[in-house]
Design a protein around this ligand. Sequence first.
Ligand SMILES: [Zn+2]
Length: 406
Amino acid sequence: MKPTPTQKLYWADAYRRTFTAQVLKCESGERPGVVLNRTLFYPTGGGQPHDTGRLGSARVIDVRQIDDVIVHYLDREPEPTPELCGTIDWPRRWDHMQQHSGQHLLSAAFVELLDRPTIGFHLGEETVTIDLPGPMPSQEEVDRVLDFVQAVIAEDRPVVSYQVDAEEAAALPLRKAPTVSDLVRVVEIEDLDWSACGGTHVRSTGAIGSLVITRLERRGSNVRVHFLCGGRSHADHRRRLQVTQALCDLLTTGVSELPASVAKLQEERSTLQRTLRQARSELLALQAVQMLSSATTVGGVRIVRHILDGDDPQALNQLLRALTDGGRCVALLAWSGERPRWLVGRSADVAVDLTALQQVVRSVDGIKGGGRGDLLQGGAADLAAIETLLSRLEEQVRRLLAENPA
Ligand SMILES: [Zn+2]
Protein backbone atom coordinates (compact mmCIF):
# COMPACT_ATOMS: atom_id res chain seq x y z
CA MET A 1 0.00 0.00 0.00
CA LYS A 2 1.28 3.46 -0.88
CA PRO A 3 2.05 5.51 2.28
CA THR A 4 -0.22 8.48 3.00
CA PRO A 5 1.33 11.75 1.77
CA THR A 6 2.27 14.12 4.61
CA GLN A 7 0.06 17.21 4.73
CA LYS A 8 2.27 20.29 4.33
CA LEU A 9 1.05 22.80 6.91
CA TYR A 10 3.85 25.21 5.96
CA TRP A 11 2.18 25.64 2.56
CA ALA A 12 -1.09 26.77 4.11
CA ASP A 13 0.60 29.22 6.50
CA ALA A 14 4.34 29.83 6.36
CA TYR A 15 4.09 32.06 9.47
CA ARG A 16 2.70 29.36 11.78
CA ARG A 17 5.22 28.09 14.35
CA THR A 18 3.48 25.35 16.39
CA PHE A 19 1.23 22.41 15.53
CA THR A 20 0.03 19.03 16.72
CA ALA A 21 -0.04 15.92 14.56
CA GLN A 22 -0.71 12.20 14.69
CA VAL A 23 2.28 9.89 14.74
CA LEU A 24 2.07 7.48 11.79
CA LYS A 25 5.45 5.80 12.06
CA CYS A 26 8.44 5.74 14.41
CA GLU A 27 11.93 4.62 13.56
CA SER A 28 14.45 3.83 16.26
CA GLY A 29 18.08 2.79 15.95
CA GLU A 30 21.03 4.79 14.69
CA ARG A 31 18.91 7.48 13.01
CA PRO A 32 15.73 7.86 15.04
CA GLY A 33 12.90 9.45 13.08
CA VAL A 34 9.19 10.01 13.01
CA VAL A 35 6.53 10.33 10.29
CA LEU A 36 3.44 12.45 11.07
CA ASN A 37 0.13 12.89 9.26
CA ARG A 38 0.95 16.61 8.86
CA THR A 39 3.84 18.93 9.59
CA LEU A 40 5.16 22.49 9.74
CA PHE A 41 8.74 21.26 9.29
CA TYR A 42 10.02 22.14 5.82
CA PRO A 43 12.19 19.36 4.31
CA THR A 44 15.43 20.19 2.45
CA GLY A 45 14.57 20.87 -1.18
CA GLY A 46 14.37 23.45 -3.96
CA GLY A 47 17.54 25.14 -2.70
CA GLN A 48 16.06 25.81 0.77
CA PRO A 49 17.49 23.98 3.81
CA HIS A 50 15.24 22.07 6.21
CA ASP A 51 13.71 23.48 9.37
CA THR A 52 14.84 22.51 12.85
CA GLY A 53 12.93 22.69 16.13
CA ARG A 54 11.23 20.40 18.65
CA LEU A 55 8.85 17.46 18.41
CA GLY A 56 7.74 16.57 21.93
CA SER A 57 10.94 16.45 23.98
CA ALA A 58 13.18 15.61 21.01
CA ARG A 59 15.12 18.04 18.82
CA VAL A 60 14.48 17.81 15.08
CA ILE A 61 17.93 17.79 13.46
CA ASP A 62 17.06 16.98 9.85
CA VAL A 63 13.93 16.81 7.70
CA ARG A 64 13.74 14.94 4.39
CA GLN A 65 10.99 14.32 1.90
CA ILE A 66 10.96 10.77 0.51
CA ASP A 67 8.39 10.62 -2.30
CA ASP A 68 5.34 12.27 -0.68
CA VAL A 69 6.31 11.42 2.88
CA ILE A 70 8.20 13.81 5.16
CA VAL A 71 10.54 12.18 7.69
CA HIS A 72 11.67 14.09 10.81
CA TYR A 73 15.05 12.91 12.11
CA LEU A 74 15.48 13.37 15.84
CA ASP A 75 18.36 13.63 18.31
CA ARG A 76 16.82 10.81 20.42
CA GLU A 77 14.27 7.99 20.31
CA PRO A 78 10.74 9.35 19.66
CA GLU A 79 8.27 9.25 22.55
CA PRO A 80 5.76 6.37 22.41
CA THR A 81 2.71 8.61 21.97
CA PRO A 82 -0.10 8.77 19.38
CA GLU A 83 0.16 12.56 19.06
CA LEU A 84 3.06 14.99 19.11
CA CYS A 85 3.30 18.74 19.54
CA GLY A 86 5.86 20.45 17.31
CA THR A 87 7.54 23.87 17.29
CA ILE A 88 9.82 25.06 14.52
CA ASP A 89 12.96 27.13 15.14
CA TRP A 90 11.43 30.42 13.99
CA PRO A 91 14.53 32.65 13.58
CA ARG A 92 16.03 30.00 11.27
CA ARG A 93 12.81 29.61 9.26
CA TRP A 94 12.26 33.38 9.04
CA ASP A 95 15.80 33.81 7.72
CA HIS A 96 15.15 31.14 5.07
CA MET A 97 11.86 32.82 4.10
CA GLN A 98 13.56 36.19 3.66
CA GLN A 99 16.45 34.78 1.62
CA HIS A 100 14.21 32.54 -0.49
CA SER A 101 11.64 35.26 -1.24
CA GLY A 102 14.47 37.65 -2.04
CA GLN A 103 15.78 35.08 -4.49
CA HIS A 104 12.44 35.04 -6.35
CA LEU A 105 12.55 38.83 -6.58
CA LEU A 106 16.21 39.03 -7.63
CA SER A 107 15.77 36.30 -10.27
CA ALA A 108 12.66 38.08 -11.57
CA ALA A 109 14.58 41.38 -11.77
CA PHE A 110 17.39 39.79 -13.80
CA VAL A 111 14.80 38.40 -16.26
CA GLU A 112 12.72 41.59 -16.38
CA LEU A 113 15.62 43.99 -16.96
CA LEU A 114 18.41 41.94 -18.54
CA ASP A 115 16.64 38.83 -19.88
CA ARG A 116 18.98 36.69 -17.75
CA PRO A 117 17.34 33.49 -16.41
CA THR A 118 18.40 31.85 -13.13
CA ILE A 119 19.71 28.30 -13.53
CA GLY A 120 20.80 27.59 -9.95
CA PHE A 121 19.97 28.66 -6.38
CA HIS A 122 21.77 27.87 -3.15
CA LEU A 123 20.81 28.98 0.35
CA GLY A 124 23.71 28.25 2.71
CA GLU A 125 24.54 29.04 6.33
CA GLU A 126 26.58 32.07 5.29
CA THR A 127 26.00 32.70 1.60
CA VAL A 128 23.03 32.82 -0.73
CA THR A 129 23.67 32.56 -4.46
CA ILE A 130 21.99 32.33 -7.84
CA ASP A 131 23.71 31.28 -11.06
CA LEU A 132 23.13 33.06 -14.37
CA PRO A 133 24.44 31.74 -17.67
CA GLY A 134 26.48 34.14 -19.82
CA PRO A 135 28.85 37.05 -19.29
CA MET A 136 29.55 39.13 -16.19
CA PRO A 137 26.93 41.90 -15.86
CA SER A 138 28.27 45.46 -15.85
CA GLN A 139 28.15 47.65 -12.73
CA GLU A 140 25.46 49.74 -14.42
CA GLU A 141 23.34 46.61 -15.02
CA VAL A 142 23.78 45.44 -11.42
CA ASP A 143 22.79 48.90 -10.15
CA ARG A 144 19.64 48.85 -12.29
CA VAL A 145 18.71 45.40 -10.96
CA LEU A 146 19.24 46.53 -7.35
CA ASP A 147 17.21 49.73 -7.85
CA PHE A 148 14.38 47.66 -9.31
CA VAL A 149 14.52 45.17 -6.42
CA GLN A 150 14.54 47.97 -3.82
CA ALA A 151 11.52 49.61 -5.50
CA VAL A 152 9.52 46.35 -5.41
CA ILE A 153 10.45 45.85 -1.74
CA ALA A 154 9.26 49.40 -0.97
CA GLU A 155 5.97 48.77 -2.85
CA ASP A 156 5.34 45.88 -0.44
CA ARG A 157 3.68 43.76 -3.14
CA PRO A 158 1.75 40.69 -1.96
CA VAL A 159 3.46 37.31 -2.35
CA VAL A 160 0.80 34.62 -2.74
CA SER A 161 0.79 30.92 -3.45
CA TYR A 162 -1.83 28.65 -4.99
CA GLN A 163 -2.11 25.28 -6.65
CA VAL A 164 -3.08 24.90 -10.30
CA ASP A 165 -3.42 21.93 -12.63
CA ALA A 166 -1.09 21.37 -15.56
CA GLU A 167 -3.42 23.12 -18.01
CA GLU A 168 -3.73 26.24 -15.83
CA ALA A 169 0.02 26.17 -15.21
CA ALA A 170 0.69 26.18 -18.95
CA ALA A 171 -1.34 29.40 -19.24
CA LEU A 172 0.81 31.21 -16.64
CA PRO A 173 4.07 33.02 -17.55
CA LEU A 174 6.05 30.71 -15.25
CA ARG A 175 9.67 31.85 -14.76
CA LYS A 176 10.57 28.50 -13.22
CA ALA A 177 9.04 25.46 -14.91
CA PRO A 178 7.33 22.89 -12.68
CA THR A 179 9.12 19.62 -11.82
CA VAL A 180 5.83 17.90 -10.96
CA SER A 181 3.23 16.89 -13.55
CA ASP A 182 -0.09 16.93 -11.67
CA LEU A 183 -0.86 19.79 -9.26
CA VAL A 184 1.60 22.66 -9.48
CA ARG A 185 2.20 25.06 -6.59
CA VAL A 186 2.73 28.55 -7.93
CA VAL A 187 4.34 31.34 -5.91
CA GLU A 188 3.47 34.76 -7.29
CA ILE A 189 4.93 38.17 -6.58
CA GLU A 190 1.89 40.13 -7.64
CA ASP A 191 1.98 41.15 -11.32
CA LEU A 192 5.72 40.45 -11.53
CA ASP A 193 6.77 36.84 -11.08
CA TRP A 194 5.20 33.40 -11.25
CA SER A 195 7.35 30.46 -10.15
CA ALA A 196 6.62 26.80 -9.55
CA CYS A 197 8.01 26.44 -6.03
CA GLY A 198 7.44 24.32 -2.93
CA GLY A 199 9.36 26.56 -0.51
CA THR A 200 8.28 28.97 2.23
CA HIS A 201 7.96 32.68 1.49
CA VAL A 202 7.13 35.98 3.17
CA ARG A 203 3.60 37.45 2.76
CA SER A 204 4.72 40.55 0.90
CA THR A 205 7.92 41.93 -0.57
CA GLY A 206 8.32 44.50 2.24
CA ALA A 207 9.22 41.63 4.59
CA ILE A 208 12.33 40.90 2.50
CA GLY A 209 13.58 44.11 4.15
CA SER A 210 16.54 44.79 1.90
CA LEU A 211 18.68 42.98 -0.63
CA VAL A 212 22.37 43.50 -1.35
CA ILE A 213 24.62 41.84 -3.89
CA THR A 214 27.91 41.14 -2.11
CA ARG A 215 29.94 39.52 -4.89
CA LEU A 216 29.85 38.46 -8.54
CA GLU A 217 31.92 35.42 -9.33
CA ARG A 218 32.73 33.81 -12.68
CA ARG A 219 32.04 30.05 -12.62
CA GLY A 220 32.91 28.51 -16.00
CA SER A 221 30.41 29.92 -18.49
CA ASN A 222 28.09 31.16 -15.69
CA VAL A 223 28.07 34.03 -13.25
CA ARG A 224 27.43 33.32 -9.56
CA VAL A 225 25.63 36.20 -7.83
CA HIS A 226 26.16 36.27 -4.05
CA PHE A 227 23.44 38.21 -2.23
CA LEU A 228 21.93 38.70 1.22
CA CYS A 229 18.41 39.66 2.30
CA GLY A 230 16.68 40.94 5.42
CA GLY A 231 18.46 40.14 8.68
CA ARG A 232 21.57 38.88 6.87
CA SER A 233 21.74 42.04 4.81
CA HIS A 234 21.47 44.23 7.94
CA ALA A 235 24.13 42.19 9.77
CA ASP A 236 26.41 42.45 6.74
CA HIS A 237 25.83 46.19 6.55
CA ARG A 238 26.68 46.65 10.25
CA ARG A 239 29.83 44.54 9.89
CA ARG A 240 30.99 46.54 6.88
CA LEU A 241 30.30 49.83 8.68
CA GLN A 242 32.39 48.68 11.65
CA VAL A 243 35.24 47.57 9.40
CA THR A 244 35.27 50.73 7.29
CA GLN A 245 35.04 52.91 10.42
CA ALA A 246 37.99 51.04 11.95
CA LEU A 247 39.96 51.55 8.73
CA CYS A 248 39.02 55.25 8.58
CA ASP A 249 40.18 55.68 12.20
CA LEU A 250 43.46 53.87 11.50
CA LEU A 251 44.17 55.92 8.40
CA THR A 252 42.52 59.13 9.69
CA THR A 253 40.56 59.53 6.50
CA GLY A 254 37.00 59.41 5.15
CA VAL A 255 35.28 56.39 3.58
CA SER A 256 35.56 57.69 0.01
CA GLU A 257 39.29 58.34 0.44
CA LEU A 258 40.03 54.80 1.73
CA PRO A 259 41.11 53.23 -1.60
CA ALA A 260 43.49 56.12 -2.36
CA SER A 261 44.89 56.01 1.20
CA VAL A 262 45.60 52.29 0.99
CA ALA A 263 47.14 52.62 -2.48
CA LYS A 264 49.43 55.36 -1.11
CA LEU A 265 50.43 53.13 1.82
CA GLN A 266 51.26 50.27 -0.53
CA GLU A 267 53.40 52.57 -2.65
CA GLU A 268 55.24 53.89 0.41
CA ARG A 269 55.77 50.35 1.61
CA SER A 270 57.41 49.19 -1.61
CA THR A 271 59.64 52.30 -1.65
CA LEU A 272 60.69 51.53 1.94
CA GLN A 273 61.35 47.90 1.06
CA ARG A 274 63.60 48.96 -1.80
CA THR A 275 65.47 51.39 0.48
CA LEU A 276 65.79 48.75 3.18
CA ARG A 277 67.17 46.18 0.73
CA GLN A 278 69.71 48.71 -0.51
CA ALA A 279 70.76 49.70 3.03
CA ARG A 280 71.04 46.09 4.10
CA SER A 281 73.22 45.14 1.17
CA GLU A 282 75.50 48.14 1.88
CA LEU A 283 75.69 47.08 5.53
CA LEU A 284 76.55 43.51 4.53
CA ALA A 285 79.31 44.79 2.25
CA LEU A 286 80.78 46.79 5.16
CA GLN A 287 80.48 43.79 7.49
CA ALA A 288 82.24 41.67 4.89
CA VAL A 289 85.16 44.12 4.70
CA GLN A 290 85.45 44.05 8.50
CA MET A 291 85.26 40.26 8.67
CA LEU A 292 87.90 39.86 5.98
CA SER A 293 90.31 42.26 7.68
CA SER A 294 90.10 40.42 11.01
CA ALA A 295 90.06 36.90 9.52
CA THR A 296 92.78 34.34 10.25
CA THR A 297 94.52 32.82 7.24
CA VAL A 298 95.91 29.45 6.23
CA GLY A 299 98.31 29.52 3.31
CA GLY A 300 97.12 33.03 2.39
CA VAL A 301 93.41 32.04 2.34
CA ARG A 302 91.18 33.95 4.76
CA ILE A 303 88.71 31.88 6.77
CA VAL A 304 85.55 33.67 7.94
CA ARG A 305 83.10 31.97 10.28
CA HIS A 306 80.02 33.95 11.26
CA ILE A 307 76.47 33.43 12.53
CA LEU A 308 74.03 36.25 11.76
CA ASP A 309 70.80 37.01 13.64
CA GLY A 310 67.58 36.90 11.67
CA ASP A 311 65.88 34.80 9.07
CA ASP A 312 66.76 35.98 5.59
CA PRO A 313 68.51 33.41 3.38
CA GLN A 314 68.82 36.03 0.64
CA ALA A 315 71.05 38.17 2.86
CA LEU A 316 73.10 35.09 3.68
CA ASN A 317 73.87 34.59 -0.01
CA GLN A 318 74.63 38.30 -0.37
CA LEU A 319 77.15 38.18 2.47
CA LEU A 320 78.76 35.08 0.97
CA ARG A 321 79.26 36.87 -2.34
CA ALA A 322 80.65 39.96 -0.61
CA LEU A 323 83.18 37.78 1.22
CA THR A 324 84.28 35.48 -1.60
CA ASP A 325 84.06 37.68 -4.73
CA GLY A 326 87.35 39.40 -3.87
CA GLY A 327 89.24 36.08 -3.94
CA ARG A 328 91.21 33.97 -1.45
CA CYS A 329 88.46 33.34 1.07
CA VAL A 330 86.46 30.45 2.53
CA ALA A 331 83.27 31.58 4.32
CA LEU A 332 81.27 29.49 6.81
CA LEU A 333 78.00 31.31 7.45
CA ALA A 334 74.65 30.73 9.13
CA TRP A 335 71.38 32.42 10.07
CA SER A 336 70.15 31.78 13.60
CA GLY A 337 66.49 32.60 12.84
CA GLU A 338 63.38 30.52 13.37
CA ARG A 339 64.46 28.18 10.57
CA PRO A 340 68.27 28.21 10.87
CA ARG A 341 70.22 27.83 7.63
CA TRP A 342 73.91 27.48 6.94
CA LEU A 343 76.19 27.69 3.94
CA VAL A 344 79.85 27.28 3.10
CA GLY A 345 81.39 28.85 0.03
CA ARG A 346 84.79 29.70 -1.35
CA SER A 347 86.39 32.09 -3.78
CA ALA A 348 86.99 30.77 -7.30
CA ASP A 349 90.75 30.88 -6.76
CA VAL A 350 90.73 28.62 -3.68
CA ALA A 351 91.49 25.09 -4.87
CA VAL A 352 89.51 23.17 -2.26
CA ASP A 353 86.74 20.76 -3.27
CA LEU A 354 83.97 21.42 -0.74
CA THR A 355 82.26 18.10 -1.52
CA ALA A 356 85.10 16.61 0.53
CA LEU A 357 83.26 18.14 3.55
CA GLN A 358 80.03 16.18 2.97
CA GLN A 359 81.11 13.57 5.49
CA VAL A 360 81.43 16.24 8.18
CA VAL A 361 77.93 17.51 7.32
CA ARG A 362 76.49 14.02 7.70
CA SER A 363 78.27 13.55 11.05
CA VAL A 364 76.30 16.29 12.85
CA ASP A 365 72.86 15.44 14.26
CA GLY A 366 70.05 17.78 13.17
CA ILE A 367 71.87 18.99 10.06
CA LYS A 368 70.61 18.60 6.50
CA GLY A 369 72.16 19.76 3.25
CA GLY A 370 74.60 19.19 0.44
CA GLY A 371 76.01 20.94 -2.58
CA ARG A 372 78.82 21.13 -5.08
CA GLY A 373 82.56 21.81 -5.21
CA ASP A 374 82.33 25.54 -4.41
CA LEU A 375 79.14 25.69 -2.30
CA LEU A 376 77.50 23.61 0.41
CA GLN A 377 74.28 24.64 2.11
CA GLY A 378 71.36 23.37 4.13
CA GLY A 379 69.11 23.69 7.15
CA ALA A 380 69.50 22.86 10.80
CA ALA A 381 67.25 21.78 13.65
CA ASP A 382 68.68 24.42 15.98
CA LEU A 383 71.51 26.82 16.66
CA ALA A 384 73.53 24.29 18.68
CA ALA A 385 73.67 21.95 15.67
CA ILE A 386 74.85 24.84 13.49
CA GLU A 387 77.59 25.81 15.96
CA THR A 388 78.87 22.23 16.06
CA LEU A 389 78.72 21.97 12.27
CA LEU A 390 80.56 25.23 11.57
CA SER A 391 83.26 24.44 14.10
CA ARG A 392 83.90 20.96 12.64
CA LEU A 393 83.80 22.31 9.10
CA GLU A 394 86.32 25.04 9.92
CA GLU A 395 88.68 22.48 11.41
CA GLN A 396 88.42 20.37 8.24
CA VAL A 397 88.82 23.39 5.93
CA ARG A 398 92.01 24.40 7.77
CA ARG A 399 93.36 20.88 7.35
CA LEU A 400 92.54 20.79 3.62
CA LEU A 401 94.12 24.20 3.05
CA ALA A 402 97.27 23.18 4.94
CA GLU A 403 97.53 20.00 2.86
CA ASN A 404 96.87 21.76 -0.48
CA PRO A 405 98.35 25.25 -0.29
CA ALA A 406 96.98 27.51 -3.02
ZN1 LIG B 1 10.26 29.74 -3.71
